[in-house]
Write a protein that binds this ligand. Structure first.
Ligand code: ADP
Ligand code: MG
Length: 216
């Protein structure tokens, strides 16, 4: 782990979608690396390719050409088993809407993806994100609290990378900054986050913009 230079590497990848016989070039010639523990913000308006980028980084979609590496493991030719192990062990996800399971308590939601069940660890993570009443249910949480629980859940298997697709998209400014403060206090995990709001860039080590399907 200590001698890994890049947690996430994109090597000149393209993503082309096909829709009704037409080709949509969602992302073109994207190259990028993210070092351990560093945070990057990718901004761009709706339709810029932010979600596509997160899906590709999270190995949920394959690039049309080029290569994506996680922890310096090239991913194009991984089999299903290798791919899902890499996702489960190395990547935590946060989306725009929290997608917590509504009939499970906050604590149970955080424990759900755990590879080996550990209540104490789940409680500590909830404390870390500022949620002390862990028996509450998602329906009693504000959107900000939901995203904090989702952050705790994303950390539960000690990932080396957090992928967050517009996690502050539903939050007002104060809530967004409160969420980012907590996100920034998490040590030793690389973060790739997207937003349509480029005023959040101060909270990140580096910022890129998606413009005309290219990362600049
Ligand atoms: P963003 O998250 O920045 O709004 P997306 O990654 O969702 O952008 O979309 C980028 C472009 O790719 C858009 O033009 C969108 O319509 C297109 N797109 C996204 N997903 C698909 C898909 N499954 N099939 C066809 N086109 C898609
Ligand atoms: Mg999107």
């Amino acid at each position: 782990m200590t001698d890994i230079k890049n947690i996430l590497t994109f090597e000149c990848f393209d993503k082309v979608y096909e829709k009704g016989g037409a080709e949509i070039n969602a992302l073109k010639n994207v190259s990028f690396s993210l070092e351990p523990g560093k945070s990057t913000l990718i901004t761009g308006p709706s339709g810029a390719g932010k979600t596509t980028l997160i899906y590709l980084a999270g190995l949920m979609k394959k690039p049309s050409s080029g290569e994506i590496s996680i922890n310096e493991i090239r991913t194009r030719n991984l089999n299903e088993n290798e791919r899902s192990n890499l996702i489960r062990n190395e990547i935590g996800f946060i989306f725009r809407r929290s997608n917590l399971i509504h009939n499970l308590s906050v604590l149970e939601n955080v424990m759900l993806p755990q590879i080996s069940s550990n209540v104490e660890k789940a409680r500590k993570l909830l404390e870390k994100v500022g949620i002390s009443e862990y028996k509450r249910f998602p329906c009693d949480l504000s959107l900000e609290e939901e995203q904090k629980v989702t952050l705790a859940r994303s950390l539960v298997n000690d990932p080396s990378l957090i992928l967050a697709d517009e996690p502050t998209g539903e939050l007002d400014n104060d809530a967004a900054y409160s969420f980012l403060n907590i996100l920034n206090r998490i040590d030793n995990i690389a973060i790739l986050m997207t937003s349509d709001n480029d005023s959040l860039n101060e909270s990140f080590n580096q910022t890129y913009e998606l413009e005309e399907s290219r990362l600049i």
